[in-house]
Design a binder for this molecule. Structure first.
Ligand code: DGL
Length: 266
């Protein structure tokens, strides 16, 4: 029996999924969130899909133990590697996944060229191949795995000249061939969205899928009749490794004081 006042679980390799949490808290302020950042195993992008699947299953089991009524896989890499498996293993649990916004990107572009920033694991996946075949028929996708950007963001380098130079080296070749739309296909990347927008300029479109995911979560909770009318308690945050900058980056993004409940070894 699921109760409306049970929390919603979210997980990611680190702070990235907080960009989804931000959108969810705005869309559904009555929901309590339990967030898990798998900082001990970060980054997920370069690791084999089977490894990410095992991490995702352990984290899901933990979030269900915490009483979560639904799970948002707030990570494109984990969605690509594990979402089907998680749905098979826990058929009664509603899972909401995240994938690069190729469809909205294909609709938004006027030049027919869309830059996709995601991790190596996401690009290699079957799920991404299927997105391309379905939605990128008359559109050219310019892909870059942004190797090292996740670590840079985790280190709090959100606005440094080095991060700007790094992003320019990725975006300039895309701009040079006419890309006018950029899809943020990794939940870490919205942390540097202001810098990306500065580089690509006001005429380009930058797509962060987090608000769409928050609306999708609302639809799922409403369909199942498990949307909360009143927040049951404070949001809770867990990580699996050293805290690093987690609390300060989370507090700045979410706009309230974030304290990690515990370091949980899974
Ligand atoms: N934030 C994750 C994603 O959306 C993964 C980042 C990583 O750990 O490589 O893909």
């Amino acid at each position: 029996m699921t109760y409306t006042r049970q929390p919603v679980g979210l997980f990611d390799s680190g702070i990235g999924g907080l960009t989804a949490a931000y959108a969810i808290i705005r869309e559904l302020p009555q929901e309590q969130i339990v967030y898990f950042g798998d900082t001990a195993h970060l980054p997920y992008g370069p690791q084999p899909a089977e490894t990410i699947r095992a991490y995702s299953a352990d984290i899901t089991a933990f979030l269900l133990q915490q009483g979560c009524k639904a799970i948002v896989v707030a990570c494109n890499t984990a969605t690509a590697a594990a979402l089907n498996y998680l749905r098979e293993r826990w058929p009664d649990v509603p899972f909401i996944g995240m994938e690069p916004a190729v469809k909205p990107g294909a609709h938004a572009t006027r030049s027919g060229k869309v830059g996709v920033l995601a991790t190596a694991g996401t690009f290699k996946s079957q799920r991404y191949a299927s997105l391309m075949h379905r939605y990128a028929v008359n559109v050219e996708l310019l892909e870059n795995p942004c190797t090292g950007l996740v670590e840079r963001i985790e280190a709090g380098q959100l606005n440094s000249p080095e991060t700007e130079a790094f992003l320019r080296s990725i975006l300039a070749p895309m701009l040079a061939v006419g890309a006018d739309t950029f899809v943020l296909g990794c939940t870490h990347y919205p942390f540097v969205q202001p810098l990306i927008e500065k580089i690509v300029g006001p005429d380009a479109t930058v797509i962060n899928p987090a608000p769409a995911i928050a609306r999708q979560l609302r639809r799922v909770l409403e369909e199942r009749g498990i949307r909360s009318a009143e927040r049951a308690g404070p949001h809770r945050f867990y990580i699996s490794g050293p805290k690093g900058n987690f609390e300060s980056l989370a507090s700045t993004l979410l706009g309230f004081e974030v304290r990690v409940e515990a370091e949980v070894v899974l």
